[in-house]
Ligand binder design. Structure first.
Ligand code: T3D
Length: 268
């Protein structure tokens, strides 16, 4: 079958494009597997120093494909009437994907080019820096079909925008335009549609030239600090700083500063 995840590399930036535009890039199990494999490959590939994720066509991703036999509830005339455990799809596909995304050894940028709904919204929000075009929008569509937010939404939303706004988004399931998403701190930046692709590529290129191991450790430390008290966070910082202090990137960063030249970072 035609690949549902397009992959292209420019310098050290790998772009992954969700590619089922006829269904607004809704996730099938095959597509979720392909995406995870692509992220695994990127994590293992030393030539990749930043990943950029976007969607083909007019949408970013409409979330789980609701016509997929794995999730579609039985209808009156269906031969098979046993209720399905759709949670199995989380165990088998969404959880490993969300974990993979959140533990990438390099920064991950989302370029949200259109609607991002359900798991599509939370997959985007799980990326490190989220850019969106002005015509893009975010929808916590779960409530509308009797589900709860997944793909990390219950963890991400209150941390991004606070409990009141997390509940506003998750309970009402309304379409949140990209501009409002930026205003409430849900995403990094909303841009004119025609500037999105080039701005996202430029941002990803810039990140790829930074000390990416330190950036990935920073993401991990910030996420972990949510569960720590202040003193524990200080201790965590000290541990990570010790390790970074021995890194080639630290040595290069300080040397470049002293020599008034641009650094060339290589750690990953
Ligand atoms: O455990 C589990 O596995 C459950 C996991 C759940 C995770 C989830 O993601 S739950 C949430 C699932 N997603 C949704 O509920 C969103 C459903 N889609 C929409 O609400 C709307 O399509 C949008 C707001 C995203 C976009 O609206 P609009 O008006 O721009 O487009 P449209 O006309 O509704 O959609 C265009 C086509 O895409 C249409 O097909 P057609 O009629 O042209 O043949 C539509 O059916 C299809 N499509 C859109 N979303 C999905 C989809 N097909 C399957 N699954 C979808 N999620």
């Amino acid at each position: 079958p035609e690949t549902q995840i397009l992959s292209s590399q420019e310098g050290a930036v790998l772009t992954l494009t969700l590619n089922r535009p006829q269904a607004l890039n809704a996730f099938t199990s095959g597509m979720l597997s392909e995406l995870r494999q692509a992220l695994d490959a990127a994590a293992a590939d030393a030539s990749v120093r930043c990943v950029l994720i976007t969607g083909a066509g007019r949408a970013f991703c409409a979330g789980q494909d609701l016509s997929d036999p794995m999730v579609k509830p039985a209808e009156a005339g269906d031969a098979e009437q046993t209720p399905k455990d759709i949670g199995l799809l989380l165990d088998g596909f969404y959880i490993p994907l969300a974990q993979r995304l959140r533990s990438m050894p390099v920064p991950v940028v989302a370029a949200v080019n259109g609607v991002a709904a359900g798991a599509g919204a939370n997959f985007a929000l799980g990326c490190d820096l989220v850019l969106a075009g002005q015509s893009a929008s975010f929808i916590q569509a779960f409530a509308k079909i009797g589900l709860v937010p997944d793909c990390g939404g219950t963890w991400l939303l209150p941390r991004l925008v606070g409990r009141a706004r997390a509940l506003q988004l998750a309970l009402l399931g309304e379409k949140l335009p990209a501009e409002a998403a930026q205003a409430m701190g849900l995403i990094y930046q909303c841009l004119p549609d025609e500037e999105l692709a080039s701005a996202a590529q430029a941002l990803a290129q810039r990140l790829s030239q930074m000390p990416v191991r330190a950036l990935a450790e920073t993401r991990r430390a910030i996420d972990a600090a949510g569960l720590l008290d202040f003193d524990q966070a200080l201790q965590q910082e000290a541990r990570l700083q010790s390790r970074q202090g021995f890194s080639a990137d630290y040595k290069e960063g300080v040397q470049a500063f002293m020599q008034k030249r641009a650094p060339k970072f290589t750690d990953r």
